[in-house]
Design a protein around this ligand. Sequence first.
Ligand SMILES: *Cc1c(COP(=O)(O)O)cnc(C)c1O
Length: 464
Amino acid sequence: MKDSICKLNTSIRSVLTYINAAPAGIAFIVDNKDVLCGVLTDGDIRRALIAGRDLDDNLTSSDLAPFVKAKRGENIESLLSKTSKKVRIIPIVDEDDKLVDYFRYEHKTKFTPISEPSLNGNEYKYLEDAFLSTWISSKGKYINQFEEEFAKYIGTKHGIAVSNGTVAIHIILEALGIGAGDEVIVPDLTFAATINTVLHAGATPVIVDIEEDSWCIDPSKIEAAITPKTKAIIPVHIYGQPCDMDPIMAIADKHNLTVIEDAAEAHGATYKGKKVGSIGHAATFSFFSNKIVTTGEGGMCMVHDDELNEKIRILRDHGMNPNKKYWHDVVGYNYRMTNLQAAIGCAQIERIDEIIRRRKEIESEYKKIFADTDYKIEWQADLENRERVNWLVSAKLIDMERQEFIDFFKTKSVDIRPFFFPLSAMPLYAKYAHTECEVSHRIAKIGISFPTFNHVDLEVFKQL
Ligand SMILES: *Cc1c(COP(=O)(O)O)cnc(C)c1O
């Protein structure tokens, strides 16, 4: 601070030299008794020169304007209240008006989260409509509308809206009668909900490694994991990349297994022209706030089969007989979505193509930005027959310590996320691995995801 203190009656030139060298870019002017009598910036000097003062003139009290100061001991709120767009440095004085310190208000760089929902279509309008209708629980027009419209978009006969993407998987397993003694095949690289739901159902998960290029379950490694107890396969379209569905469906056919696609991260992705979520015997989506389509919390089960649809609907509603109120034939759940959530979902569906297009554009922007840097980044692959979507723009970071990369962006207030841990890397799930999952362990260590949402500001990246 001493570097910023200037005496009155020194030359304007030397005040300017002080300002130039001062850490705060400001000079505190004191009189011969060290009493603070002014604060000068280079802008103040510029204005003085324009007004006719000369660099070699001595600074006098008439060069000084009234200024904002604070007394020693003032609290942070009081200091903040004294700052403004123009005044960002507040000198702090003691009882004798002598400078003891200064307070500097830093404009924090805006935090860039990994994801933020885009809700600027009809979301609020429909939500308000649902609210004002008083149908705020799980009955109301938006539930049916959302189920119909999303099922139409994906290309399944039925869509059953549920509370979230996790229970969507669980309820399908239950409806299929999968439980104790049964085995269900899951990929090693996924969000834990995929395996947790198998355990919720009382079945035994069997973990299979992933493909090198798609990061999805490796179909060539599935058959070896099948036993007489195997009942289902849950392929996960990870980070928006479709699984290689043809061989998976062929294996399922051969062994009479059910395929439940976990499409929580892949709204709108296609495999050979068909939307993921319409290819397996059943599928699930999540509408959590960071997913491509959101309802806050929410999920949907997609099925073609009428009987399975009926079973899921009953289980969703406490297992109650749909034709006989309060009569229960099965132990069910309350897994319903609210009309309020569905209202948001209906508005999201109106914008789904635009949301997907924008996310693709963001990926292109990242690619362009990083192409001009020294970072070696291998972006998620574009594969034949698979049209992926961008849940989170994802990539492999080559030749660099991942934590260093993440920490660097933390200093820029940007949230870069590492990939999920491989399930088999966690002691909780390790025992369910069919074999060692070398590929997923290798890729999960270097995988990163970038902030991906409609209104993301990539300015920080452009300044790399
Ligand atoms: C998000 C997600 C889920 C769970 O969805 P929720 O709505 O958060 O319960 C399941 N599987 C995968 C792969 C996910 O990414």
